[in-house]
Design a protein around this ligand. Structure first.
Ligand SMILES: [Zn+2]
Length: 296
């Protein structure tokens, strides 16, 4: 049995686990990310790998990193929430741990995890959309992770949906993630006079509060519109929706599915892609990165 280590490197924490060929996590450990220091962040990653490799016979390591990763899957070119700029992460970690390492964008790793072991099992063409503070995207086309020519593909959160719209963290205005993410949900709730944020808005909606349901309706509608646009381009068999906002379940999915079904081009004459909730939760990136280290 071949074991690999998956590491999910986020802005606040480093989560690592030993994963088998069936996507099961045999052991996991975590550390806080020293996000302001790129050398210390790499050292923290190495610490968790060395600790796990000391207790398990592992063949390779996959790192899922929250940033733009180059096409050779070696360098993090830019990470908005970490200190990395042109960080040679593959070489740095390989030198310290003595195992083969692949680096992958975290949303891509998560999409691969869902496609292999989660909600997208058995589907060769799918789009994974992770809805948190922003929106991450991962494309599986023809059974393979699609990275684009330079490794930057699948950044669906930055489709411009409103000319001169809300300012985005990427520097552009009107990006989809400014209207269809957790932050957008907070903005809609605030505009309706709500003072709650995040999980509290979901709780209020679950309790049937009209203002919270309205906020979900607006954001869900933006999400469904975006999925319809993605379906026009890619015609996937299913969409997998993950991230913190997806914890709302049907409260979110109902307006998403309605907007998707009423706005998709050619809707009366095609099979509608399924819209499913992700199954692996916060483990998707770790499990996907570990599997990519195995399968390349
Ligand atoms: Zn943007």
């Amino acid at each position: 049995m071949s074991l690999t280590i998956g590491v999910d490197v986020g802005g606040t924490k480093v989560a690592a686990g030993v994963v088998d060929e069936e996507g099961r996590i045999l052991e996991r450990i975590g550390r806080l990310t020293p996000a302001r220091d790129q050398v210390k962040t790499a050292e923290t990653i190495c610490e968790v790998i060395v600790e796990l490799a000391g207790r398990h016979d592992v063949a390779a390591v996959g790192l899922g990193a929250a940033g733009f990763v180059d096409e050779s899957r070696a360098t993090v070119r830019f990470a908005p929430n970490l200190a990395w700029r042109e960080e040679p992460l593959k070489r740095r970690v390989e030198d310290m741990v003595g195992l083969p390492v692949v680096v992958e964008n975290d949303a891509n790793a998560g999409a691969w995890g869902e496609a292999r072991f989660g909600a997208g099992r058995g589907e060769e063409n799918l789009v994974c959309v992770t809805i948190g503070t922003g929106i991450g995207g991962g494309l599986i086309l023809g059974g393979r992770l699609y990275r684009g020519r330079w490794g930057m593909g699948g950044e669906v959160g930055h489709f411009r949906v409103v000319p001169d719209g809300r300012l985005c963290g990427c520097g552009n205005r009107g990006c989809w993630e400014r209207y269809a993410s957790g932050s957008a949900l907070g903005l809609e709730a605030k505009a309706l006079g709500m003072t709650e944020s995040g999980a509290q808005i979901t709780e209020a909606a679950a309790a049937g509060r009209r203002d919270a349901l309205t906020a979900f309706g607006v954001v869900g509608s933006w999400i469904g519109q975006g999925l319809a646009d993605l379906a026009a381009l890619l015609d996937p068999g299913c969409f997998v929706i993950g991230g913190g906002v997806s914890a709302a379940g049907d409260i979110l999915l109902l307006p998403v599915r309605e907007a998707f079904a009423t706005r998709l081009t050619g809707r009366a004459h095609r099979t509608l892609a399924e819209i499913r909730l992700a199954e692996l939760g916060p483990d998707a990136g770790l499990v996907g990165a570990a599997d990519l280290a195995r399968s390349g």
